[in-house]
Ligand binder design. Sequence first.
Ligand code: COA
Length: 333
Amino acid sequence: MLRARIAGTGMCVPDRVVTNADMTQWMDTTDEWIQQRTGIRERRWVEPGQGPRDLAQGATLAALEDAGLDVSNVDCILLATLSAQHDFPGTSFFLHEAIDAGDIPCIDLRAQCSGFLYALQMADALIVARRYHRVLVVGCEVHSTGLDISTEGRDISVIFGDGAGAVLLEGSEAEDGPGLLEVRVHAEGKHARKLWTESPSSAEPSRLTHEMIDDRRIFPVMDGRFVFKHAVTRMPEVLLETLSAASVKLEDIDLFLFHQANLRINEFVASKLNIPESKIMNNIQRLGNCSAGALPILLAEASRGGRLEPGQLVSLTAFGSGFTWGSAVIRWG
Ligand code: COA
């Protein structure tokens, strides 16, 4: 049976640490408020001159090294992001250039915080259909250059961090061997405006106007409580759906990785499903919410930090703008 297995993981976050104390210089907030509501102590933000391409490149090279392979072994690149290097054509093409990927195809995929899982599902389908043998999946985000760091934008700006993670997936024939057992993804477009950046917009007579900037419509906004409520409902739902489709029991999962949007969301999901703390890993305290980058970064940290042994089962679950949500279950090795 052909399965997509993870041959290597990698991550890259900027060196610049932005603490909650730093935030208090720009907006009316406190370290206590941020930690209490979100669990975040600090996040990484890019330095001037550093962009999505650089983080994606760092994560990719680390994943290739981990797999013991080089770019000539990659057949296709899928890159999930909501914060493109350039809106047109995106980020993956600049990554392609940076790693000298010849003429292999690359695709930008937009599913926000669930982007990595959407990309994983597509990579899996491409591998199992024998279209490509090795697919590089990257989740990459630079939020910091597009945030309203005044008091007006404080609810969302304290949450976001910059970072990229990558995995190299390859076809593996071993009977009952390691690899992706199941990925399920969903969307509910009617809630798209609950967490979004309205402008620039190609639906407007002029895509970007001074008025949009003056009205601060170029910054992300969210209905935080609405998002929270949906996240804590959809995440357990899709996690269980995915395990059931893979015929895996909840208690057989060795490690649960949740999207890093808010530590309180993850605590809520864990208590709803009775998952012991020892089976959960979070890094939002150090990195904030890196959207599409969050899960592959967490996976790279789990792999490098000795949290995953060959044969173990890992469950990944996310929820985000769109709304989108999804879950995957992987046999490690
Ligand atoms: N510092 C201090 N006060 C803040 C603040 C900040 N950074 N951000 C908001 N506040 C204030 C609000 O202005 C509000 O004040 P008011 O009562 O005087 O109007 C108060 O805190 C409560 O705001 P509210 O938005 O109701 O707080 P909350 O308990 O819902 O927590 C979030 C806000 C953002 C932490 C929470 O809603 C959340 O995590 N939502 C989900 C986020 C998420 O998952 N996003 C997905 C990204 S992919």
